[in-house]
Design a protein around this ligand. Structure first.
Ligand code: SAH
Length: 212
């Protein structure tokens, strides 16, 4: 049986084998403890590369996918980032280590309340989180340097693309909820939008309105 430090070493090693080479991303993944973002029932599985249930029928993503999406987003220190799909708050916490400020939105108030408690307990002060339907984005804070969606939609939402700065990047899963989706990176240039397909993924769907 490995101890916590050994499990974490193995976790960081496995991220490298998934192509995570960006030092800042690896440092952020090392610094943010995934066990704080899941229920105690699963503490001993925190460093396994699997999604885990977080309540409200949702899951915390697989850590290798969090790392791949974070690296693809290429966050810079001065960036203002928008995340749609706070869930446990784990992805937002990783982003908070890399950006100036992170805005994150979830349609379940229960998940937002739980995530806010962890951010507070861990002294993470540059995340602002809301309960709302994230498909409308956050027009009053737009434009954003980076936008990440952690729930899948059939097409990249045009409302969110409009809130991305020219020179900015969006990373999101695109596809039907019940089938394999594609992780897409979109770069907004003066000339228009450039699409890059990264890999196959599986996320819960982006749903309309607020959760119960
Ligand atoms: N990033 C999360 C995992 C997200 S799971 C983490 O690190 O744990 C996907 C989340 O997207 C769920 O919590 C779900 O409630 C949320 N979601 C789905 N549709 C949404 C919408 N329209 N607006 C905001 N959040 C949404």
């Amino acid at each position: 049986m490995m101890n916590a430090a050994e499990l974490k070493m193995q976790f960081l090693f496995s991220l490298r084998s998934h192509g995570i080479t960006n030092k800042r991303v690896l440092t952020a993944m090392e610094h943010i403890d995934r066990s704080n973002y899941i229920s105690e029932t699963f503490t001993d599985r925190a460093y396994e590369d699997i999604p885990l249930p977080i309540g409200c029928g949702q899951t915390i993503s697989q850590p290798s996918i969090v790392a791949i999406m974070t690296q693809a987003l290429d966050v810079q220190r001065r960036d203002k980032v928008l995340e749609i799909g706070t869930g446990s708050g784990y992805q937002a916490a990783i982003l908070s280590q890399l950006a100036r400020r992170v805005y994150t939105i979830d349609r379940h108030s229960q998940l937002i309340a739980a995530a806010q408690n962890v951010f507070k307990a861990k002294d993470i002060a540059n995340i602002i989180s809301f309960t709302a339907d994230g498909s409308h984005g956050l027009p009053e804070q737009a434009p954003f340097d980076r936008i990440i969606l952690t729930a899948a939609s059939d097409d990249p939402p045009s409302t969110l693309l409009a809130q991305l700065r020219v020179g900015g990047t969006m990373v999101l899963p695109v596809g039907q909820s019940d089938s394999i989706q594609t992780l897409v990176k979109i770069e907004k240039t003066k000339a228009g939008l450039e699409y890059h397909e990264l890999r196959q993924v599986r996320f819960v769907p982006l749903l309309e309105g607020l959760g119960l």
